[in-house]
Design a protein around this ligand. Structure first.
Ligand code: HEM
Length: 416
């Protein structure tokens, strides 16, 4: 932990001090080093809202995702010292690591269930599932809130992928483990094992749907199976690789954002009362502020693929550039009083879901699930609080979400 008041002289996203409390570092970077160079990883760091927004949104900039968007420290320590070739197309990797135009084409095979109309059609199913589960969950009195919400989002992804609902708990746990990129032995987490279990689920989805005829009933999988890419069909392994990041994104973020957001509301009882005053109208607004304030993923990385000058510095091929989303979301140049949680904050723009070519594919699903979870939980529970002393953050090098956040149900709402 950084000594109180100690001057900041360096930023390293993987240092224990930054992982413990990145916000003072973000303020230092934004004010003094809006484009900061980290020698150890041959990496540039962008921290101001406007700069992140402009650079992620500029398709002309030679920043590509071919080394993955959340590399580990070990991967970052391996310097490229020169250009990195594009990923091979045979076999083809998951679309989130591909560069244009391939990323866009592959993404197009997957995004149908995440469009607004498809998500609207899913809402009744999701709400009914949540309502069926809530009484039994609330009867426990005290439980880990992100784990319960995570079971619901995992069931949704199983539903979309044609996987049995019984797999949801393991999928949720595998995804949480896979994000533990620093592999904290005290928590018994093994990121590689988590990733293998997610990949196995993705393979099972593909083989199950292929055996069933891939007739379009589960478009998330069927459209990838039936896709023609570079003039040929994808193998099962290639098709499964496309599903891995959607499964991860679809399971892990909404539970962390909503449970942390509910905690913020209990710390601000006036705000909780204001949200309760009209749940239908206010929960979508509160979810937007939760996505700004409680977003777990701290940064996303790209690799420089051609020489380029930005913000007065010369970047060369093979270098990395990371975009500090959570620093941008706390930039006072964009958000007045940014470190305060305000459920009804007016926002002209947000980077909560990224920007540009890798903009979040699941934003409509995230917003629907977030709204329904908040509505159903707050309708059913009159009084609740959190055991902050028992809360545990993800042991991750790129995330600061809550894996353990015990909620105590004090009083249920009267049945209406
Ligand atoms: C509150 C919930 C969520 C937040 C805050 C969030 C945030 C983000 C952000 C910031 C990115 C950009 C990453 C980058 O620039 O490299 C992203 C990408 C992505 N998200 Fe989400 N996400 C959420 C929910 C979801 C859901 C429900 C899905 C369901 C499929 C999803 C799927 C994806 C995928 C597949 C990408 C990568 C897109 C690409 O590389 O083309 N996310 N998300």
């Amino acid at each position: 932990m950084r000594a109180a008041g100690a001057a900041i002289t360096h930023y390293d996203p993987f240092s224990p001090e930054c992982l413990d409390d990145p916000y003072p570092y973000y303020a230092w970077l934004r004010d003094e080093h809006p484009l900061y160079y980290v020698e150890d990883y041959d990496m540039w760091v962008v921290s101001r809202f406007q700069d992140v927004y402009d650079m992620l949104g500029d398709p002309e900039l030679p920043f590509e995702a071919r080394e993955g968007t959340v590399p580990t420290r070990a991967e970052m320590l391996a310097r490229n010292d020169g250009p990195v070739p594009p990923l091979p197309l045979d076999p083809v990797a998951g679309f989130t690591r591909m560069d244009q135009p391939h990323q866009g084409r592959l993404r197009g095979f997957l995004n149908q269930p995440f469009r607004p109309r498809s998500v609207s059609a899913l809402e009744d199913w999701f709400r009914a599932m949540v309502r069926a589960d809530l009484p039994g969950v609330l009867a426990q009195g005290e439980f880990n809130l992100p784990a319960v919400f995570g079971l619901w989002t995992a069931r949704t992804m199983c539903h979309l992928a044609g996987l049995p609902a019984e797999m949801a708990a393991d999928l949720r746990d595998a995804i949480n483990e896979s994000s533990a990129a620093i592999g904290d032995p005290a928590l018994g987490l093994d990121p590689l094992d988590g990733l293998k279990r997610i990949s196995r689920a993705a393979r099972l989805a593909v083989t199950t749907r292929r055996d069933a005829g891939a007739d379009g009933a589960h478009p998330l999988v069927d459209r990838v199976i039936n896709a023609s890419f570079e003039g040929r069909p994808l193998s099962d392994r290639e098709a499964a690789a496309q599903l891995v990041v959607p499964l991860i994104g679809g399971v892990e973020t909404v539970p962390k954002v909503t449970s942390h957001g509910l905690w913020e509301l209990t710390k601000n009882p006036d705000q909780l009362a204001a949200v309760r005053a009209d749940l239908a109208a206010n929960t979508p607004v509160a979810f937007d502020e939760m996505s700004r304030y409680c977003g777990p993923a701290q940064w996303f990385s790209r690799t420089v693929t051609a020489p380029v000058d930005v913000l007065g510095r010369h970047l060369t091929p093979g270098q990395r550039i990371i975009f500090l989303i959570q620093s941008a979301q706390r930039d006072p140049r964009e958000f007045p009083d940014p470190d305060a949680f305000r459920w009804d904050r007016q926002m002209k723009r947000t980077l909560a879901f990224g920007h540009g070519g890798h903009f979040c594919m699941g934003i409509h699903l995230a917003k629907m699930e977030g709204r329904v979870i908040l509505q159903e939980f707050l309708s059913a529970v009159e009084e609740f609080d959190f055991d902050g002393d028992a809360a545990v953050r993800s042991a991750s090098s790129f995330q600061k979400g809550w894996d353990v956040l015990p909620v105590r149900i004090r009083r249920l709402a009267e049945p209406s």
